[in-house]
Design a protein around this ligand. Structure first.
Ligand code: GUN
Ligand code: FE
Length: 449
């Protein structure tokens, strides 16, 4: 819509707890930022008539509810063709036998373009308005991923993966040297920041050492220095599995978190995927640096062999959002990640060994509910990235998903006069791609049916 426009109807977001916005009028500027949010606006308010007459009002029906766009903090874009493959092998085998051979194919730009275009479309259709992507070691294909996101209107953070360790990375898929990895990362940062049409930084670069085992000390230190110099945020994996956490302890004598911090890689707005095995001092360090955790409940089921102590970490004040971890997590849907976050927290609380007494089994107080899961998928992700997204508030970007009850291929069926909490619970427990009617990013309609 040219000029300022507005949307009128029912919305829900999670500034702290859950807030239902009833008969809300949300005004959006030409720059895609929210100008104002007003609730309890009467249907006969003269402003609505004026907006309607000017063709700049989107009016929701009673079957509709608007939520902030979903923020997926951890996606491996090149692994999209690998969704659902070999999740019965340990992480280290999965990487060597399946993932690295697949990722090495992104030297082929045409192959990369096909996969990346399909992935970005798919994620938008699922309501993911912000995506944090690991790409591969290939600079041309990684540039294309950033361009595709910009073109299709998805807010994205994109990283060229750094991995130069000769003992952990195969000859066919490894950076030739730390210097080359650092130089190409620098080139990607410049390329994305200077992309025509990216003046509002819809797409941003991220410095992306794969994980400590795959990187030499020289690469970690070089990328840390580059992060400080370019004021770029960082993404990596951290203390994901017993093998990975133990490997770093053996090699470095300290945990992943401590290694990353020494290299200057723990920064505000940076994302550590998994963090299942972080210690108390690790958690304190992550919080002190303002870095965030991408909780990836689906892939943790397959690769971690443990449940991330989410409730405890939230209570300690860590920034935490959700990640699909495509393809370690076999779903592109962040709704799926949200309900799995609830489910695994319940298992952590109740314990899993039915031969033990109920009192001896679990971790009391470990559960989260649908409200917390929703918050992590939206406002928690925005906070993690240190970006004004994930809430319907003036000064925030209008990134939003319109869910509609009763769509033929959808799961949502709202009862009449259902409470906001009841609707939200259904959304978290049931919603999927078939319930998504429209998607906006920075005020631009990017999906509609
Ligand atoms: N650790 C290092 N690389 C990867 C990856 O591609 N997926 C997951 N889940 N963990 C990793
Ligand atoms: Fe991952």
């Amino acid at each position: 819509m040219p000029g300022d426009w507005a949307i009128y109807g029912r919305a829900i977001h999670a500034p702290d707890g859950i807030e239902a916005l009833v008969s809300a009028l949300i005004c959006v500027g030409t720059d895609g930022m929210i100008l104002s949010v007003e609730t309890a606006v009467a249907a006969d308010d003269p402003r609505l008539a004026r907006l309607r007459a000017g063709g700049s009002l989107v009016e929701l029906t009673p079957d509709d509810i608007l939520i902030p766009g979903l923020i997926d903090l951890h996606i491996h874009a090149p692994q999209f063709p690998q969704l659902g493959t070999a999740l019965d092998v340990p992480l280290e085998d999965w990487l060597q036998r399946y993932t690295f051979p697949l990722e090495s194919r992104y030297e082929d730009l045409a192959f990369a373009e096909d996969v990346y275009a399909c992935l970005v479309e798919t994620l938008l259709a699922h309501g993911t308005t912000t995506a944090v992507y690991f790409a591969t070691i290939h600079l041309p294909a990684t540039k294309r991923l950033a361009e595709i996101c910009l073109d299709k209107g998805q807010r994205a953070l994109v990283g060229r993966v750094g991995m130069d360790h000769p003992e952990q990375c195969p000859d066919f898929y490894r950076d030739a040297s730390a210097e080359i990895a650092i130089a190409e990362t620098r080139a990607l940062i410049g390329h994305i920041r200077d992309l025509p049409g990216n003046e509002a930084a819809l797409v941003r670069p991220m410095i992306t050492p794969r994980f400590v085992p795959a990187c030499t000390d020289a690469l970690l230190e070089g990328l840390g220095a580059l992060a400080a110099e370019t004021r770029c945020t960082v993404q990596t994996h951290c203390s994901e599995s017993d093998w990975e956490h133990g490997h770093v302890l053996d090699r470095c004598g300290v945990t992943d978190t401590a290694v990353l911090d020494r290299a200057g890689l723990l920064r505000r707005g940076s994302v550590l995927a998994h963090a299942n095995f972080i210690t108390e001092p690790d958690a304190a360090l992550i919080r002190a640096r303002g870095a965030a955790v991408a909780h990836c409940p689906l892939s943790n089921i397959y690769f971690a062999g443990a449940v991330f102590p989410l409730r405890e970490m939230l209570d300690q004040g860590l920034h935490i959002g959700l990640g699909s971890d495509i393809a370690g997590g076999p779903s592109a849907s962040l709704f799926e990640a949200a309900r799995q976050a609830v489910a695994v927290s319940r298992l952590l609380e109740s314990g899993t060994d039915s031969r033990k007494s109920a009192a001896a089994r679990g971790k009391p107080g470990a559960r989260i509910d649908f409200r917390t899961a929703f918050r992590m998928a939206t406002a928690g992700g925005g906070e993690s990235l240190d970006l004004p997204i994930g809430l319907f508030r003036p000064g925030y970007a209008f990134d939003a998903v319109l869910l509609r009850s009763g769509l033929p291929d959808g799961n949502l069926r709202f009862a009449e006069a259902e409470s906001a909490a009841g609707i939200l619970e259904k959304i978290v427990m049931l919603a999927g791609r078939g319930d998504v009617a429209q998607v906006w990013v920075a005020g631009r309609l990017v999906k509609s049916r």
